[in-house]
Design a protein around this ligand. Structure first.
Ligand code: MTE
Length: 327
């Protein structure tokens, strides 16, 4: 049980020099807010039909006491919510922000089953009322070699799983995204390559790890649809494609589940997908990343870190594994 009862508080040790002073942080937030309003971003964000239960939530206590700082500047809200991958709405980076509003997120039900003692369904309101929300500022690294730093709001996935009591045969977790063709233009496209619904998976110990977060918000607001509303997984030491959006189903399994990208191109996208600058993608190096916002003239290149900088907390889970093999 130690895996379950260890809390995240015992995890990342952050140097005090890494912690952004609150006044600087608040100032930066205000600046970002002003810039976002000027750019019409807030208005756009708020037109999203968010579930009422989330709209009414006050995220301020989650935001107020986070010990999680990435020690780096936040990616502006606009960049994080207009340059997205959410193939259900198209493959262009701008498609999700343009088309994901078509997805209805109220009511939202999540089914939890498989190898658990208490299978069942939860409405989003059960989830957000049942867990203390926290803000966590994490680095996020896409396998395509772009990255961002985002203040997510959520709760540890372990808290949710504990409620359903995985049995001793449970070794993996499988996640599925909503699949609703009528609202998801990307799934109707003749160029669509994914066998819907989008699926992802984790080993049970990874799912129970204190850094693994179920998120309902970012930047002090509810998740906009393009970011995976209303419930999305964030595993900060893994490539972006593991961070499955708009989750409706979670199963505990005894076998490694099939995942969408591994299914499509197993030689390019592995099940583990741990950020690793030493193991190149077959078509490009993973040694560097473009930190958003980036452009041709200002690529904003930074060095990629092993396990995306979370090695101290997670490397132990992969001891003895050849990470070039288990990519
Ligand atoms: N989840 C679903 N359901 N569909 C997707 O296409 N794309 C993944 C991941 N989760 C994807 C998804 C990929 S490839 C990445 S890089 C991240 O979402 C992007 O997250 P972001 O748009 O918030 O940056």
């Amino acid at each position: 049980m130690s895996r379950i009862s260890r809390t995240w508080r015992s995890y990342p040790r952050i140097d005090s020099s890494e912690i952004t002073p609150e006044s600087v942080w608040l100032n930066r937030r205000n600046l970002m807010k002003t810039a976002a309003v000027a750019a019409g971003i807030t208005a756009a964000g708020e037109t999203v039909a968010q579930p009422k239960v989330l709209k009414d939530l006050n995220f301020s206590s989650a935001v107020a006491n986070t010990p999680f700082k990435a020690g780096e500047d936040l990616t502006p809200y606009e960049a994080a919510t207009t340059y997205n991958n959410f193939y259900e709405f198209g493959t262009d980076k701008s498609d999700p922000a343009r088309y994901a509003d078509a997805m209805t997120t109220d009511p939202w039900e999540i089914k939890v089953g498989g190898l658990v003692n208490k299978p069942g369904k939860l409405y989003l309101e059960d989830i957000v009322n049942g867990f203390d929300l926290e803000e966590r500022i994490y680095r996020f690294r896409c396998v395509e070699a772009w990255s961002m730093v985002v203040p997510w709001i959520g709760f540890p996935l372990s808290k949710l799983l504990e409620r359903f009591e995985p049995t001793s045969e449970g070794k993996f977790i499988e996640f599925k995204t909503l699949y609703r063709r009528s609202e998801m233009r990307g799934t109707r496209s003749f160029t669509s390559i994914i066998d819907w619904p989008y699926r992802e998976g984790l080993r049970l110990d990874e799912a129970m790890h204190p850094l693994t977060l179920m998120t309902v918000g970012l930047y002090g607001k509810t998740l906009p649809n393009q970011s995976g509303a209303p419930l999305r997984l964030i595993v900060p030491w893994k490539y972006g494609f593991k961070n499955i959006k708009s989750i409706v189903e979670i199963n505990v399994t005894d076998r490694q589940p099939k995942t969408s990208w591994q299914d499509l191109a197993p030689q390019e996208y592995g099940f583990y997908a741990n950020v690793n600058p030493e193991v190149s993608h077959p078509r490009w190096s993973q040694a560097y990343e473009r930190r958003l916002p980036s452009s041709l003239f200002n690529p904003n290149r930074v060095k990629t870190q092993m396990f995306n900088g979370y090695g101290e907390q997670v490397a132990g889970m992969y001891k003895g594994m050849d990470l070039a093999n288990y990519y």
